[in-house]
Design a protein around this ligand. Sequence first.
Ligand code: ADP
Ligand code: MG
Length: 402
Amino acid sequence: MKKKLKDMNFKGKKTLVRVDFNVPLKDGEVTDDTRIEAALPTIKYLIKEKAKVILMSHLGRPGGEVDESLRMDSVAEKLANLLGKEVSKVDDCIGDEAKKAISKMDDGDVLVLENTRFYPGEKKNDDDFAKSLAELADIYVNDAFGAAHRAHASTTGVAKHLEAGAGFLMQQELNALSKATDNPESPYLAIMGGAKISDKMEAIRSLLDRVDYLIVGGGIANTFLLAKGYDMADSLVEEDMVDLAKELMEEAEKKDVEIVLPIDVVIADDFKEDANSKIVDVDKIPKGWQSLDSGGTKTLEKYREIIAKAKTITWNGPIGVFEMEKFAKGTNELAKALAEADAVTVIGGGDSAAAIKKSGLADKMDHISTGGGASLDFLAGKKLPGVEALDEVEPTDFEELE
Ligand code: ADP
Ligand code: MG
């Protein structure tokens, strides 16, 4: 099992913590601090344990060079507000400037380093860059579950050079998501939605080995329906994925997995909130119209029937353009059905999490992951490089019983 905070000693130690502070910004201000909040338990614990808390994260896509609009200053400010404690910030994440700032820290102080993606070595997982990060500290903690599916210098490379353990958020995510991967109670239903099938194809393929039912809804369902020969008119489809969709449906049949596609859908004559809309069967989408929500009456009936049978349910990707009220019904009704389900319910994906929060049913779910790609990879059974890189420890007898 992976080393965690309780297995480590932090007193007086320079502790380099990889957090996921990749937050949305508007005009230089943080517009949603959920990810900062999620890292607070680890940060507070380290402060209490008298570590020198050195935080690092990527922010946006600066492309390996300094981008003034993607500096970590407003993030550090937000963190200071949330902690009710002074937080310093330094304008580099490696080198003399960073070392100097760290040398001034007292035990229990918090410092935010500059955006790690200002260096090309971050995404390349360059070992010299990883060593430069490791040189700053005595210990490494990874609490950035949302970035754990990426083998970057700050998520994996640095762990080779320091004692390395998992933070509370990382630990909590792994524990919660494991309920759907370690002997999940059957029937197991996976629900896949979202816009782009190419993002989810690999996950769907792996899930076929794990699940009993697979609901494919939202934009990605269009390509499956097209593969079955339906005319999807102006709906979003990925023509180059049609063959793959066919292949997956054949594979599902061989593996005795029921793939559930929409029976009727909400269509619109434009991609707009005030477009004309109606519910039609999937074989009756008129020219010039597009499917924007899988939440047709018959489809939802079918979903409810399967959800009522399931004991384990994972959901990744809204099944309609939920950002527009008119096309949010399917997603909202699905959320309601999950809230009432007698099953372990695990939600992954940024937009799915936002949709559930918007529906007010978040506290009815067993787990809403803070990671999009990371949760998808984990549920599909892939090893996460950011987790694999952490030290192993022997479980205590007590933990084994847990
Ligand atoms: P998540 O972030 O939960 O993994 P994705 O990013 O894969 O989800 O997909 C979310 C997006 O999919 C939303 O912006 C939503 O509007 C879009 N979407 C869902 N259904 C459709 C559809 N039928 N047509 C076009 N876009 C859709
Ligand atoms: Mg998304």
